[in-house]
Design a protein around this ligand. Structure first.
Ligand SMILES: Cc1cc2nc3c(=O)[nH]c(=O)nc-3n(C[C@H](O)[C@H](O)[C@H](O)COP(=O)(O)OP(=O)(O)OC[C@H]3O[C@@H](n4cnc5c(N)ncnc54)[C@H](O)[C@@H]3O)c2cc1C
Length: 405
């Protein structure tokens, strides 16, 4: 058996930021990743809050050197409506731009940096068992060898692998409807020429039946994904590729943008990706990133929440290992759930159409737009923002006011 201060399962953004923070504090960190990097993962549009978290972990320089497409905001459009949120017009948050990233490159850069700082990284090794009493992790290597590690803390950053939720029976039923994403990368799209070419464009399709993400990279490739309910997809009786082609050809905005575009890879799909857990931490372990809660891709919150939870879990682990008391319920779980619940309210009111009523209303107060921009920038813990303080009430009051006009 081998020993380390902290054992991390998975080398995505949540695992890398946790590792980077912990090794810089002088702890020994073992990180085991089951794949070979670079590896593809979905989730390519980041929020300004990510940049702040990366800066605080001394990881932003490495990301800036990788020269990703700068993202200055987000635009929403239907056949009749258009609204754009420039990140710089927020409530005065410290960072007001982010990046559009091919995750295979972004995640690899982060993990390389965490390794350079001192993390002991092992690829192609999979965590297959966990003893929660003794805090012992069992790993199966590429060659089939079995190794065990005992750590003072285990951080599960296994993303869609959801290692500890599965092994410890922590899975809970997500409250959001079952949705599917059908996506592919293209080249030769026609991008906006008004300074917003690096923005994410979100096109609402039909009668709010589906929405399309348009995420431009700096090498001329664009990621294009369609999100809808599983039932809507099934009603077409089409393959993923046929469905993607059909929606792009029949959506007024996408049709124009992709008229000359060609696919650079096969159309892929993911279904039933929303996930929830009964609790985020236990005596010796903590769940971070997608190994905990995942809501929905619409506001590009996934990597922000992965970095936020990975960074906070690292800070609290350090505090605990230095002999201080940590109340994981209030300091970690309650904090994370506050931010997640702001996004949850936005996601739910997006799908039931109320948020679009707010987004597309013509008479929009500047302060309200700034508050929305702050949420769309990932600043979902700033209590000065009324959408953060009481998200459900803020959304319903605004909709009622707009409808009463
Ligand atoms: C359709 C869709 C679109 C999305 N779009 C966006 C977006 O635009 N912006 C955004 O911010 N987010 C987006 N997301 C969310 C984003 O994909 C995730 O939130 C993010 O990848 C979470 O990072 P992570 O570090 O928690 O996990 P991951 O990035 O998934 O990394 C987990 C790692 O753990 C490894 N692993 C798994 N099991 C084991 C094991 N047993 N042993 C060892 N290693 C293991 C995996 O190989 C993987 O490398 C989207 C999600 C979906 C479903």
């Amino acid at each position: 058996m081998k020993f380390c201060d902290v054992f991390i399962i998975g080398g995505g953004p949540a695992g890398s930021i946790a590792a980077a923070k912990l090794v810089q504090s002088g702890l020994t960190v073992k990180l085991v990743e089951r794949q070979v990097f670079p590896r593809f993962v979905i989730g390519e549009s980041l929020l300004p809050r990510c940049n702040q978290l990366l800066a605080e972990a001394n990881l932003l320089d490495a990301i800036q050197q990788a020269n990703f497409q700068v993202k200055g905001g987000v635009a929403f459009e239907t056949k009749q409506n258009f609204e754009i949120f420039h990140f710089e017009n927020n409530l005065g948050e410290p960072f007001n731009s982010s990046f559009q990233v091919k995750r295979e490159t972004f995640d690899h850069e982060l993990l390389k940096e965490a390794e350079r700082m001192g993390t002991d990284v092992e690829f192609e090794s999979e965590v297959i068992a966990y003893d929660a009493e003794k805090n012992i992790v069992t790993v199966k290597t590429k060659t089939g060898d079995i190794k065990t590690y005992q750590a003072k803390k285990v951080i599960d950053a296994s993303g869609y692998g959801r290692v500890l939720p599965r092994l410890l029976n922590l899975e809970a039923k997500p409250k959001l409807a079952l949705r599917r994403a059908t996506f592919c990368r293209v080249k030769h799209d026609i991008r906006p020429t008004d300074g917003t070419e690096g923005y994410i464009y979100v096109d609402i399709h039909g009668n709010n039946d589906a929405w399309i993400w348009n995420i431009p990279f700096n090498d001329g490739i664009t990621s294009v994904g369609i999100v809808c309910t599983e039932e809507y997809f099934q009603s077409f009786n089409m393959t993923d590729t046929e469905f993607w082609d059909y929606i792009i050809a029949t959506n007024s905005s996408a049709q124009k943008r992709y008229v000359n575009a060609t696919k650079v890879n096969e159309v892929g799909s993911l279904s039933g990706y929303s996930a929830a857990v009964k609790k985020l931490s236990g005596n010796h372990f903590v769940l971070v990133g997608n190994a905990s809660e995942f809501l929905d891709p619409v506001f590009s919150s996934g990597v922000t929440l992965a970095l936020e939870s990975g960074a906070l879990a690292a800070d609290l682990t350090l505090k605990e290992l230095q002999g201080n008391k940590v109340d994981w319920q209030t300091e970690y779980e309650d904090y994370m759930m506050r931010g997640i619940n702001v996004f949850r309210e936005f996601v739910e009111s997006w799908y039931d159409g109320r948020l679009q009523t707010i987004f597309f209303t013509e008479e929009k107060d500047e302060k309200i737009k700034q508050a929305i921009t702050s949420v769309l920038s990932g600043y979902v813990w700033n209590e000065k923002n009324f959408f953060v303080k009481n998200p459900a009430q803020a959304v319903s009051t605004l909709v009622a006011m707009i409808e009463a006009r």
